[in-house]
Design a protein around this ligand. Structure first.
Ligand code: AMP
Length: 139
C-alpha cells in the first residue's frame, strides 16, 4: 500500500492538525496519544514518510529509538510509573490504525489494566497538563 500523505500523523507533522507536543528534533516528534490506554500514553513518530517498520529508513529507525528512550524516561518519571510498555504495530492485522509508523510509550502498573486501544478520547485540558508534566521531566 502506498503511503497516504493525508493520514493524521502526516497532518500533525505539517501543522495541519493539532497535537500536544512533548519533544521534537530534526528527525522525530513526540506527542500525547489522544485516546490514551493509560495516563501518560505518548507517541513517537519519524519525520519521514514511512507507513511501517519495513519501509522506514534505518537512520530514522535509529532516531526513533533514541527519541523513544529519551521520552520514555521522562514519561516514567512524570507519572512515577513502575513499568513502561513500548509497542509498535505493523499492519492492520497487528492492530495498526494510523498508517505512519509510531512507537507507543505506555506507563504500566500492577493491577491497572490497559484501556482499549484507540477507543476513548481524553479530556483535552488533562492531556495538556500531562504533556507539560512530560516536558518538565525531560533531561
Ligand atoms: P496504532 O493502532 O498503533 O496505529 O495506534 C494509533 C494511535 O494513534 C492510537 O493509540 C490512537 O489513539 C492514536 N491517535 C489517533 N489519532 C490521534 C491524534 N490526532 N493525535 C494523537 N494520537 C492519535
Amino acid at each position: 500500500m502506498a503511503y497516504d500523505k493525508n493520514n493524521i500523523f502526516a497532518k500533525i507533522l505539517r501543522d495541519e492538525a493539532p497535537c500536544f507536543k512533548v519533544y521534537e528534533d530534526d528527525m522525530t516528534l513526540a506527542f500525547m496519544d489522544v485516546m490514551p490506554q493509560a495516563e501518560g500514553h505518548t507517541l513517537v513518530i519519524p519525520k519521514s514518510e514511512a507507513e511501517n517498520l519495513f519501509d522506514l529508513d534505518a537512520d530514522y529507525a535509529a532516531a526513533m529509538a533514541r527519541t523513544t528512550k529519551k521520552v520514555a524516561a521522562a514519561v516514567k518519571k512524570a507519572f512515577d510509573a513502575p513499568g513502561i510498555m513500548i509497542a509498535q504495530l505493523n499492519g492492520a492485522p497487528a492492530g495498526q490504525t494510523v498508517f505512519h509508523i509510531h512507537t507507543h510509550i505506555i506507563p504500566r502498573a500492577e493491577g491497572i489494566d490497559l484501556k482499549l486501544h484507540a477507543r476513548q478520547m481524553a479530556d483535552m485540558d488533562i492531556l495538556k497538563q500531562h504533556a507539560e508534566r512530560v516536558i518538565a521531566a525531560l533531561d
